[in-house]
Design a protein around this ligand. Structure first.
Ligand code: Z5A
Length: 203
């Protein structure tokens, strides 16, 4: 099973993954947890460039850096785990690119589809989207402290991102599971955990 976790700023993905790691250990399910950008050593170097607010990246330069990061991630982590029958849960994947670079930066969706296909990126079996209104998510991020290159964008950028996620979730209801990320953390955890364990049982 290949699962991605998506959400806009401050939705609570990192907090959710931390609690899921414990749940799957308790349920004796073998999982690899990873994150984009930066799952691999090479990806870490790319991540530093992507998040550096002193660097002014062209939208295509940004997109190709993310794809370089993903190529390493897919080749070194995702495919090897899947081929051994180990489940993978990644914090961000292709839907982040549709949302941030597609809707956010204006890169044409057909171009992204072409690149994903050419690079042979696997499609997740399940995508959990933590949905939060833009202002509430940004307030959480601001409370957390210093902001990175993405987090400093204007509100309309994040509104386009949220709309893109919701649109994709509507287009692919069999792949997406949407959770209202305003719910208390333990409820969000339970919804995500039950969704994943049910999917594992039914597959
Ligand atoms: N990016 C891209 O543009 N295109 C791509 O294809 C990919 C990525 C793959 C990576 O940043 C950036 O890369 C990202 C998009 C771009 N944009 N940014 N920024 P990152 O890896 O540094 O961060 P992130 O992925 O955006 O995640 P995050 O900032 O760490 O947020 P989060 O994981 O969703 O939230 P959190 O840290 O778990 O929670 C935020 C706060 O809310 C924290 O204080 C929690 O305690 C609190 N929280 C969490 N859940 C709750 C609930 N349920 N109630 C109340 N408070 C909560």
């Amino acid at each position: 099973m290949f699962i991605s976790l998506e959400g806009s700023e401050g939705a609570g993905k990192s907090s959710l993954i931390e609690s899921l790691i414990q749940s799957f250990k308790d349920a004796n399910k073998e999982f690899v947890f990873s994150k984009e950008p930066g799952a691999t050593e090479e990806g870490q170097a790319i991540r530093n460039i992507l998040l550096d607010k002193s660097i002014d990246l062209d939208p295509y330069a940004e997109t190709f850096l993310l794809l370089a990061d993903r190529s390493q991630h897919v080749k070194k982590i995702i495919y090897p785990a899947i081929s051994k029958g180990i489940h993978v849960l990644t914090d961000r994947y292709i839907d982040s690119t549709y949302a941030y670079q597609g809707a956010g930066r204006g890169i044409n969706e057909d171009v992204l589809n072409y690149l994903f296909k050419m690079l042979n990126f696997p499609i997740p079996d399940l995508t959990i989207f933590l949905d939060i209104p833009v202002i509430e998510g940004l307030e959480r991020v601001q409370r957390r402290g210093e902001m990175d290159r993405f987090e400093k964008e204007e509100i309309t950028f994040f509104e386009r991102i949220r709309e893109s996620y919701l649109f994709r979730a509507k287009q692919e209801p069999e792949r997406f599971f949407v959770i209202d990320a305003r719910k208390p953390q333990d409820e969000v955890h339970k919804l995500a955990r039950d969704c994943i364990l049910n999917k594992l049982k039914n597959d």
